[in-house]
Structures are given as structure tokens and as C-alpha cells.
Design a protein around this ligand. Structure first.
Ligand SMILES: [Zn+2]
Length: 66
């Protein structure tokens, strides 16, 4: 697996629901974007009743990840 520059600087990919316009204080951090997306999907299902994330929403999420 490729170790990103971000990781070497100690900055983990993170995501906040507010970044995509949701009224929610959820914030997730993970070692990889892949596992971050998994966390976001789980949260979206549990907290926002989104059982399937549409590709346009996923696109928004990907852009909001920093
Ligand atoms: Zn949320």
C-alpha cells in the first residue's frame, strides 16, 4: 500500500457531516480513505437513514474528505 504524504505528517484523512451540509456534529478520522468511507457509510446508515449512498453523494463526500 502507498503511504501518503499526509500520513507521514501525521494528518489522518477526516470527514465532517457539516462539510456536506448536514446538521450533524459527526466527525470521522481513519488511517485510510477506504476505512474512512466505511465509517461514513455506517454513520450515514445509522444517523441519517441513508441505506444506500448514491454516487453523487459519494462524490460530495470524497471532495469533503481532507
Ligand atoms: Zn452525520
Amino acid at each position: 500500500m502507498v503511504v501518503s504524504k499526509r500520513r507521514r505528517r501525521g494528518i489522518l484523512p477526516s470527514f465532517r457531516c457539516r462539510d456536506i451540509g448536514l446538521e450533524c456534529d459527526f466527525e470521522a478520522k481513519a488511517w485510510t480513505r477506504g476505512s474512512l468511507i466505511k465509517k461514513i457509510k455506517l454513520h450515514a446508515t445509522e444517523a441519517h437513514d441513508m441505506h444506500e449512498i448514491q454516487s453523487d453523494l459519494l462524490d460530495k463526500i470524497m471532495k469533503a474528505i481532507r
